[in-house]
Design a protein around this ligand. Structure first.
Ligand SMILES: [Zn+2]
Ligand SMILES: [Zn+2]
Length: 332
């Protein structure tokens, strides 16, 4: 009997689905690419044809210009060569999908990046039992346990209200995290205008066009220092220690990332208020997901593979690392 999943080839530049003649999240331009989500290390420009959810296609067009390809709605099944392909919510960012592949009675799920806790900007992860589960392991160490999101948002609001002469500047990745922080703030009752750095404007617009309510947003470009005192400003992480931030009224520097669990990372970015808010599964979510799906094998794409591989083995699940290149774990 052939090895499980022998029709899937893990190459350094991505996962090649041979009977569909298509690649998943390739780091090099390919004739046919299936894309799990819009983060730049998964969705590159220059492919011949792109198959992705309509939201992910829109994000790619926003970044790279017009794409040749096809938008595939969640749960719609298409036939590619000799493979049935379906996109299922991954709960990571707007449009993010797991790709479910079925061929000759085997089902393989490529999760892309995912998380299990609710996110107001995208549908929740849908568990699909499978023979092989291909997972990320960005936070694949037991030390990574993300706290409750609401309590992190409350810490942010508490700090904001403690000193109305200052603003709180929140560093958040431009795709996904920035919009999620805004919606989580709204869900916690924060109705004030939220100021944003120009680099996240287009993605804010895109989220709004897909029905994500962000409330009143204002560009920092047109605002005075006095106006921004006592307010929240959202900017990409790269802008935190940039000249740009001098226009803000004595900012308290915050950063929203799963990496804020590590004090060293917070210190490197001069972050005064680290907020542990992640768009990736933490250790408990990774292991809970594997338990729930009960696959025969787990293949690990990127992150801290060793501990998760060990965990699988102690739970009688075969596991291996795929050694793909080009994925970064900074997008959180
Ligand atoms: Zn991602
Ligand atoms: Zn990733």
């Amino acid at each position: 009997m052939a090895r499980l999943g022998s029709w899937i080839k893990a190459q350094p530049e991505g996962i090649y689905v041979a009977p569909a003649d298509a690649w998943i999240d390739p780091s090099q331009p390919k004739a046919k690419a299936l894309i799990t989500h819009g983060h730049a290390d998964h969705a590159r420009g220059g492919h011949g044809a792109v198959l992705a959810t309509p939201e992910t296609l829109a994000i790619m067009e926003c970044r790279y210009g017009p794409q040749t390809g096809q938008g595939i709605a969640y749960d719609e099944t298409i036939r590619l060569g000799d493979v049935d392909v379906r996109f299922v919510p991954a709960g990571h960012v707007l449009g993010s999908a797991q790709i479910v592949l079925e061929h000759k009675g085997e089902r393989i799920v490529v999760s892309g990046d995912y998380k299990r806790r609710p996110d107001p900007t995208c549908p929740c992860f849908v568990p699909v039992p499978c023979d092989v589960f291909i997972t990320e392991a960005t936070f694949g160490l037991p030390v990574f346990r993300h706290p409750d999101t609401g309590s992190e948002i409350d810490r942010l609001l508490h700090r904001l209200h403690a000193d109305p002469s200052r603003c709180v500047l929140v560093g958040a990745y431009a795709l996904g995290k920035a919009q999620r922080i805004i919606t989580e703030l709204r869900a916690r009752g924060h109705q004030e205008p939220i100021y944003f750095h120009g680099a996240i404007e287009r993605l804010n617009q895109l989220y709004k066009s897909y029905g994500v309510e962000l409330g009143e947003l204002r560009h920092t470009g047109g605002a005075s220092k006095a106006e921004m005192a006592g307010q929240i400003v959202i900017a990409p992480p790269g802008a935190l220690n940039d000249r740009w931030s001098r226009r803000l009224p004595d900012p308290v520097t915050a950063m929203a990332s799963g990496w804020m669990r590590i004090r060293q990372r917070a210190r490197q970015r001069n972050v005064e208020l680290p907020l542990i808010i992640s768009d990736h599964a933490d250790w408990d979510e990774l292991t809970m997901t594997i338990r729930e799906l009960a696959p025969s094998e787990v293949w690990i794409t990127h992150g801290r593979e060793e501990a998760l591989k060990h965990w699988c083995m102690t739970h009688q699940i075969k596991a291996c690392e795929l050694n793909l290149v080009g994925y970064e774990d900074e997008d959180d």
